[in-house]
Design a protein around this ligand. Structure first.
Ligand SMILES: [Ca+2]
Length: 339
């Protein structure tokens, strides 16, 4: 299972790569925590670990031990009568979690999780599913279903979403957000600072898909979007991004962590103009930045948000440099395109 930087790497392809070579035994404890990446860069291997609950199985032999991790256990394992098909259920759970960020069957105690698994009811509606294709949802339905209709490993690998659809959908999704990051990074530093300020005051519903987008970029799930992650996401969108450009984008997002973007660093870049150009948001940002309370953004005000040199340039370009940036000039800058 080798990740190559010149191919479009996706959750789907990784799932595809992960399954076949490791289901030679009855795995019984498939879960993301047991799948490790060997390197943080674009070139890496995936390895499955912890075979403590696995057992070698024979065709036609049913197992009776009730083992596994609650979220991922198949209903027939709970009933203590199962075969290798239980691992395909777990793959369905993993796929579900990778696509939306939460498990299909949940509860605050195992008893409640098991009750939901036995019922087999799960939902794929809500903002997290807005950009997930019907093909992906169909595959999940064909994995999280009764044993007699559940896909085998071979059938799952031949599924249309595994072969093509997933790559296309994921690529489109990545393309949109790579474009947003590039656009954000190319904005004037003061505009980025104002957008950042506006983002901090927004309700969560303005940025409802932020977690999904973050997960798209944070492919190794370490909670940070690094230069390598950005390069890789750009490849998903069939575009190229140099390490230098990735570094510029991370710098432009003003991350708090030295090696990458955290979830909150990432949100401002996702905001659309429709949101940040609202009058009340712009006025609130101007007022907040206008610490001098002069009605103009003075050099002193500006230096809290942009570099000293940039503050001086802004002042020099003002209609009335002695006063500083007027509200009108600020609004003009915010409405403008890339600097
Ligand atoms: Ca990462």
């Amino acid at each position: 299972m080798r990740g190559k930087s010149h191919t479009g790497k996706t959750i789907q392809r990784r799932t595809r790569c992960t399954v076949p070579k490791y289901l030679l035994c009855l795995r019984r404890d498939l879960k993301p925590e047991n799948i490790l990446r060997t390197a943080t860069g674009a070139d890496y291997n995936l390895k499955m670990i912890d075979f403590g609950l696995s057992t070698v199985t024979q065709a036609g032999v049913r197992e009776t031990g009730r083992v596994g991790t609650p979220y991922y256990i198949a209903p027939e394992v709970l009933a203590k009568d199962y075969d290798e098909s239980c691992d395909m259920w777990s793959m369905g759970v993993i796929l579900f979690i990778l696509l939306c960020g939460y498990p299909p069957f949940w509860g605050d105690v195992d008893r409640k999780i098991f009750a939901r698994i036995k019922k087999g009811h799960f939902s794929m509606v809500g903002p997290q599913w807005a950009n997930v294709s019907d093909a992906a949802k169909n595959l999940i339905r064909r994995l999280l279903c009764p044993e007699d209709s559940r896909l085998t490993v071979t059938q799952a690998l031949d599924d249309v979403w595994m072969l093509e659809e997933g790559v296309v959908q994921q690529g489109k999704f990545a393309a949109v957000h790579v474009h947003k990051l590039r656009r954000f990074a190319s904005q004037h530093p003061l505009k980025r600072a104002a957008i950042r300020l506006i983002a901090t005051g927004l309700e969560q519903n303005f940025i409802s898909n932020a977690a999904q987008v973050f997960d798209l970029f944070d492919l190794n799930r370490d909670g940070l979007i690094t230069e390598a992650d950005l390069e890789e996401a750009a490849l998903l969108s069939a575009a190229k991004m140099s390490r230098e450009e990735a570094a510029r984008i991370i710098q432009a997002c003003l991350c708090r962590h030295p090696t990458g973007l955290g979830p909150s660093d990432f949100v401002p870049a996702l905001l659309t103009k429709v949101v940040y150009l609202r009058g009340e948001h712009l006025l609130a940002a101007f007022k907040h930045m206008n610490a001098s309370r002069s009605g103009f953004l003075t050099v002193g005000d500006l230096q809290k948000w942009v570099s000293k040199e940039e503050a001086s340039r802004l002042q020099a370009d003002c209609a009335r440099p002695h006063f500083g940036l007027s509200l009108q000039e600020f609004l003009h800058l915010m409405a403008g395109n890339e600097k």
